[in-house]
Every structure is written in C-alpha cells, then in structure tokens.
Design a protein around this ligand. Structure first.
Ligand code: GLN
Length: 274
C-alpha cells in the first residue's frame, strides 16, 4: 500500500482538473476525512505505509466523487458559516460566504430598530425566514438576537432534516423550523408591539443564467433553492406583493444586477423606504 505522502501526491494530481489552486488543501482534507485522523497524526505518519485498506478505499471513492465535480462540502458533510461549523447533507443548498453579510446587516438593523441602549426589547421582534436550507441564517440570527422569536420554513424535507440536525448541534431556544410552503400558511395576527421581519436568501438565479451555472452547482445543488424564475425575481415579487401589509421589514440577499429591478418593484408596490 502507498505511504500517506504518495497518497497525497496522487490525490493532488487527480484533483487538479476540478480545483487547480485548492488541490493541495482539498487533497489533505479528503485524506483526513477518509482516515478520520487529525492533521498532526497525518503529518507524523507521512512516510509510513498505509495499513488501513478500508479507509484507503473510502479515500479513493471520495476523491473520485470530487474529481467528477461533487462539491467538497457535500463530501465532508459540513460547512463553516460565520465561524461556526454546521452539518450539511447532499442535496441541501450550500451556504455561501456572501450570505454572512445578510445575517450581519439584518442583525444590525433589527438591533437598532427593536432594542434600546441596554439591549432590552422595545418591540417584540418576530423573524420569519423563507427557505432555510441548512438553517444557518436562522440559527446565526438566533444567536445574535436571543430576544427575537424566529420561525423558518422550507419546502424541502432534506433541508428540514439538515436544519434539525444543526438545531440540535447549536441548541438555540428561539428558532422553530417547519417543513412546508411559506406562501400557503397563515401568519399569526400581529400584536401591537410585534415587529415582523422577513429574512430570506431566496432562489434568485434567472432562467438564462441557470444554464450557465458551474456544473458543480447546477448538477448537485437543489434547483428549488437556486432558480428564481425568468428574471430571478419570482420569490421577491410574491413576498413583496402578498405581505406588503404584514411585514415591517424585509431583509433579502439579492443577485448581482437585480437591485434596479427590485427598486422599481418596491416603488410600484408603494414601499417608501428601501
Ligand atoms: N449565490 C448563489 C450562487 O451564486 C445563489 C443563491 C440563491 O439563488 N439564493 O450560486
């Protein structure tokens, strides 16, 4: 059997075509994952012949999966979001770094609207998330805003299972994940001091752009978390039209080049601040 060093070199070579600059790091991550060992153990055994045939087989299999385009996060089954590790199941949308900005901005604006200088609530903030995927947005908001109540929906049972695992992992007391279509539920009647916020990273890829997506996204990630209709604006439009009188604030991630069209939609729908 090869040494770990030989396996590392061989793996790097196999990964060059999918991840030229990241091949070394990815090769190491896949080996550590297959052998379930720490980097220190790996380095101290670098020139030893491998004696675990099952782990070696597992390693070859996952390297093959990666070399044919499967995203690394699906193989490793995890993702880091805002410095925290979350579980990730294949078929659930992989959180992107840009979505960290959505959480940070939403937190700031919700804090300045609903909390006083001693961080006590001036309004009861109720956050609704549409399309939670792994659950990272709601779980991060729950941590940053322990005073808020968070209700999140997704139509995907894979997403629901994954988010529930992440809920057990991070254990917040103020998040509730539901499986179902947000547009089919009836939201509770708001009380005088309720401040309802809708937070979402909805599918926003326009039909024409979808075909041009990287195959590692298009062929592996859930289409219902990506494809947002002809111009990518279907979900925003539905939310902004249906819930104009319900939500006090919407916090959305939007795609590049969508701002102008969304601004026009907001004006058309009579929103005064955006
Ligand atoms: N940012 C994602 C991508 O480029 C798309 C996210 C979304 O549609 N919400 O793949």
């Amino acid at each position: 059997m090869p040494t770990f060093f030989e396996l590392l070199q061989d793996t790097q070579k196999k990964l060059k075509s999918v991840s030229d600059t990241g091949a070394t790091l990815e090769a190491e991550q896949l080996i550590l994952h297959a052998f379930q060992c720490s980097k220190a153990t790996f380095l101290s055994n670098l020139h030893q012949a491998i004696d675990n045939a099952d782990a070696l087989e597992r390693c070859y299999e996952t390297v093959q999966q990666r070399a044919t385009g499967m995203p690394l996060n699906y193989i490793l089954r995890d993702v880091i979001f805002l410095g925290q590790r979350y579980h990730l199941d294949p078929g659930v949308f992989i959180p992107r770094p840009e979505t960290e900005l959505l959480v940070q901005k939403s937190t700031q604006v919700i804090q300045s609207t609903c909390l006083n200088s001693t961080k006590a609530l001036t309004k009861q903030c109720i956050i609704y998330e549409l399309g939670f995927g792994t659950g990272v947005i709601s779980l991060s908001l729950a941590k940053a805003l322990p005073q808020a109540k968070i209700y999140a929906w997704d139509i995907s049972s894979k997403a629901w299972n994954c988010a529930k695992k992440n809920q057990r992992l991070h254990n917040p007391s103020n998040v509730h994940f539901s499986l179902g279509d947000f547009f089919k539920i009836s939201l509770p009647v708001k009380k005088t001091h309720d401040y309802a916020v809708c937070v979402s990273n909805p599918p926003y890829i326009a039909d024409d752009d979808f075909k041009a997506l990287d195959p590692s996204v298009r062929d592996y990630e859930p289409i219902q978390a990506l494809a947002g209709g002809k111009e990518g604006l279907d979900v925003y439009t539905q939310l902004l039209v249906k819930y104009k009188h319900y939500f006090n604030m919407f916090c959305f991630e939007i795609g590049m080049n969508q701002k102008e069209k969304l601004d026009s939609l907001l004006i058309e729908q009579g929103y005064d601040q955006y």
